[in-house]
Design a protein around this ligand. Structure first.
Ligand SMILES: Nc1ncnc2c1ncn2[C@@H]1O[C@H](COP(=O)(O)OP(=O)(O)OP(=O)(O)O)[C@@H](O)[C@H]1O
Ligand SMILES: [Mg+2]
Length: 389
């Protein structure tokens, strides 16, 4: 979910101003442009809005409507022990429900779920909460996190998701002390993300995700990735339309330049963000503010572009924690794909279908017996000094 201007956010706290993962909008805000003062969201206007949100929620009959009390019981009264994460709009708690009846169950029994609770009363927060319920309530795909239900009681807004035991991609790539992911896992995650986006962009769904970033990619127990947080998703253009015009929201470092400049949103904006995430997977560096590429000001894209298309230099961007244990040819192909996703001209970027096809082909080659043998020889030789010691 996104961040509401004026509400304290994880990103605001980590770096003053436009820090890691700071939301992007004119003036670094993420407000609706028709609100004169986005910091004040109470009063009759907001109440009227909440009323209409409650009406809209009823369309998502796929979802279970929880009472606040049920979710309080499921999360041990939202106790700090159950806290699993924090984002711009809310805290995420571990909870337990009975899978058959979808009622809350005694903590520690039944099925584990993730319960996201909005922390502040905000126009933007409720708007995103509703978008999430509307989109994720209707979409089902193996690479989208499953939304199980919601709670809309009085001014409380909560969302109940399937629990993703390995947390976010952000933690796996950047958290200190976490075991580095192997090359094959990174490529599988890239394929999973591409599959999720390709489904969203398909004619049936026609959705632009708009908030692709490492913290919105969640990992299951088998290291498969799913997209979460549909609060900023938008219907794609219809008929002859080439784009949708929107206020600019998203996250610095991931948002496509033409979208930030004009507010013109297309599925190619998601392709650009995918290119940034692919770069993060390859390099183990953050999209914005990574200390190894120029601190708070440097963007990964600006830094990496000089090396990506150069077959002699591309290895300079590769994550040293991979210890060279990757296919050189595979990495070259992935770097060149990232470069094309990051083209300034959206028309020149590939579609997500094309990206997916290319990554799947790459995976098939790398899984061939010949490639596996080469990889094994390489891994053994790179471990040799250790085993001799
Ligand atoms: N379904 C889930 N299962 C397991 N952990 C989750 C789940 N949803 C969220 N989390 C954890 O909670 C953290 C916070 O998620 P949240 O979506 O609120 O914020 P964010 O994505 O980090 O930032 P933003 O508010 O900008 O989207 C995630 O990074 C993840 O570690
Ligand atoms: Mg999120």
């Amino acid at each position: 979910m996104g961040i509401c201007l004026g509400s304290p956010s994880k990103s605001d706290r980590s770096v003053p101003g436009q820090g890691f993962g700071a939301k992007v909008a004119p003036g670094n805000s993420k407000q609706s442009s028709n609100l004169s003062n986005p910091k004040t969201h109470s009063g009759p206007f907001c109440d009227a809005l909440l009323g209409s949100l409650n009406d809209d929620v009823s369309v998502s009959s796929n979802l279970k409507s929880f009472t606040f009390n049920e979710l309080r019981n499921a999360t041990k009264n939202f106790c700090p022990d159950s806290l699993i994460g924090e984002g711009g709009f809310g805290y995420v708690f571990k909870g337990w429900i009975n899978e058959a009846t979808l009622t809350s169950s005694k903590p520690g029994t039944g099925t584990v779920v993730a319960v996201k609770k909005l922390k502040a009363q905000s126009f933007q927060g409720h708007r995103e909460w509703l978008t999430e319920v509307k989109y994720l309530g209707q979409l089902r795909h193996e690479n989208l996190v499953k939304l199980i239900g919601y709670c809309s009681e009085s001014k409380n807004r909560l969302l109940v998701y399937e629990f993703m035991p390995k947390g976010s991609l952000e933690n796996h790539l950047f958290k200190k002390g976490v075991q580095p992911m192997a090359w094959a896992t990174r490529m599988q995650i890239a394929i999973d993300i591409a599959r999720g986006l390709s489904f969203l962009h398909s004619l049936d769904a026609n959705i632009i995700y708009r908030d692709l970033k490492a913290s919105n990619i969640l990992i299951d127990s088998k290291f498969h990735a799913k997209l979460s947080d549909f609060g900023l998703a938008r219907k794609g253009p219809s008929g002859d339309g080439t784009h949708v015009s929107t206020r600019v929201v998203g996250t610095m470092g991931y948002a496509a330049p033409e979208y930030v400049a004009s507010g013109h949103l297309t599925s190619k904006s998601d392709v650009y963000s995918f290119g940034v995430v692919l770069l993060e997977l390859l390099s183990g560096r953050r999209a914005l503010g990574d200390e190894t590429i120029g601190g708070t000001e440097g963007t990964l894209v600006d830094w990496a572009k000089q090396f990506l298309g150069d077959n002699r230099q591309f290895s300079r961007i590769m994550d040293t924690r991979l210890r060279g244990e990757y296919s050189k040819r595979g990495a070259q192909v992935a770097c060149s794909l990232a470069l094309r996703c990051l083209y300034n001209e959206p028309r020149n970027r590939p579609s997500m279908d094309e990206v997916l096809a290319e990554l799947e082909q790459l995976q098939a080659i790398q899984n061939s017996p010949q490639a596996k043998l080469e990889h094994r020889v390489k891994t053994l030789s790179s471990h040799k000094p250790h085993s001799l010691a």
